[in-house]
Write a protein that binds this ligand. Structure first.
Ligand code: UT7
Length: 329
């Protein structure tokens, strides 16, 4: 391996203004604030309103802030990698639409789809490009407009999801900071428990699929829950052990925000208290690929140079993993 590491050097984020809280949801369907709060840990989520606004709208806002905060000119960016499951269109990519919106003209723009694990997979991919010497300035985005694939008549999924985006700048360093290690997995057994039935190449959209609501997320919650708890806790433990991390020297865990009870299990397995765990599920819900970078965005000021951080996620596929990052600024 080269002695070049990929380090995060800045973060930008964006959530839309509209707040859909549990009270409003309780008026829309047979649910309660009490059920959602105790079973999932969500109080409210953000929803992108506005005609024809898609995920690239969220991503562009996040990238604009990132460029401004880091004093980076759009011309300097060489690769835009966007993790998303809710592209504006089947093609072109959200990355290319976002690049166009923010004036990035000299970069390759591509999307990467690994559902809720998308950001950690994209960050690991970006790190490989940096370590190989191929690129020196990469923007990694996690962005999803989950409201566009959520059935607001289905109480088993509607309370879970929200919209948002965040992006990090990734650059090379020869110091001991940045992405140190990662472990990523896929198990296709997940297909039957978590998927969207229609709108892809197997079952293209038709009048019938729309009438049956097959364009929305289908999830067997308890089965997914069981896999998520075990997989995220195990992979977090594995990356910690391989890298000599313990509850004493681990500064932060940034878990995917799907369910507060899953986050609890991951924290318990790592042996860390809640004050070392970033949690914003109560305010943003599950924004899929955006949960982890949104946490980085919100907690940025609390991180110190040299902090040991584990990012861990689990999602459709199933795809899951953990990334060990030493914070670089
Ligand atoms: O991010 C990608 C990966 N996704 C995840 O990690 C999500 C993993 N799964 C979960 O987080 C949980 O399984 C859910 C939050 C989706 C569901 O929680 P649960 O504790 O597993 O509930 P359940 O599906 O077992 O349902 C328990 C009861 C059922 O009623 P009965 O059959 O016991 O009478 C449901 O009908 O709760 C009922 N229920 C609700 N009640 C009020 C389900 N949704 C609601 C609701 N409000 N919104």
């Amino acid at each position: 391996m080269s002695n070049i590491r990929a380090v995060i050097t800045g973060v930008g984020g964006y959530v839309p203004d509209y707040i859909l809280n549990n009270e409003e949801l309780s008026r829309m369907m047979d649910t309660t604030d009490e059920w959602i709060t105790t079973r999932v840990g969500i109080k409210e989520r953000r929803i992108l309103k506005g005609e024809n606004l898609g995920t690239s709208h969220l991503a562009a806002k996040a990238v604009e802030e990132l460029l401004m905060k880091t004093g980076t000119s759009p011309d300097q960016i060489e690769l835009v990698l966007c993790a998303t499951t809710t592209p504006d269109h089947i093609y072109p990519s959200v990355a290319s639409m976002t690049a166009e919106k923010v004036g990035i003209k000299n970069a390759l723009g591509i999307d990467l789809q690994a559902a809720c694990a998308g950001f950690i997979v994209a960050l690991t991919t970006a790190a490989s490009f940096i370590e190989s010497g191929k690129y020196k300035k990469i923007i990694v985005i996690g962005a999803d407009k989950m409201s566009s694939i959520t059935d607001y008549t289905d109480r088993t999924t509607a309370p879970l999801f929200g919209d948002g985006a965040a992006a990090v700048l990734v650059e090379p360093t020869t110091e001991e900071y940045g992405v140190i290690d990662s472990e990523l997995h896929t198990d296709g057994v997940g297909m039957k428990h978590l998927h969207i039935k229609a709108g892809g190449s197997a079952i293209p959209t038709s009048k019938e699929t729309v009438e049956k609501g097959l364009q929305y997320t289908y999830q067997e919650g308890p089965a997914v829950f069981k896999y998520a708890v075990t997989s995220m806790a195990d992979v977090t433990g594995s990356v910690m052990e391989k890298n000599g991390l313990s509850k004493e020297n681990l500064n932060w865990i940034i878990p995917h925000q799907a369910n507060l009870r899953i986050i609890d299990a991951v924290a318990q397995r790592a042996g860390v208290d809640y004050d070392k765990v970033t949690i914003n599920i109560d305010r943003f819900g599950n924004t899929s690929a955006a949960t982890i970078p949104l946490c980085i965005w919100e907690w940025e000021k609390k991180f110190k140079k040299g902090d040991n951080i584990i990012l861990t996620a689990f999602g459709a596929g199933f795809t899951w993993g953990a990334v060990y990052v030493k914070w670089g600024y």
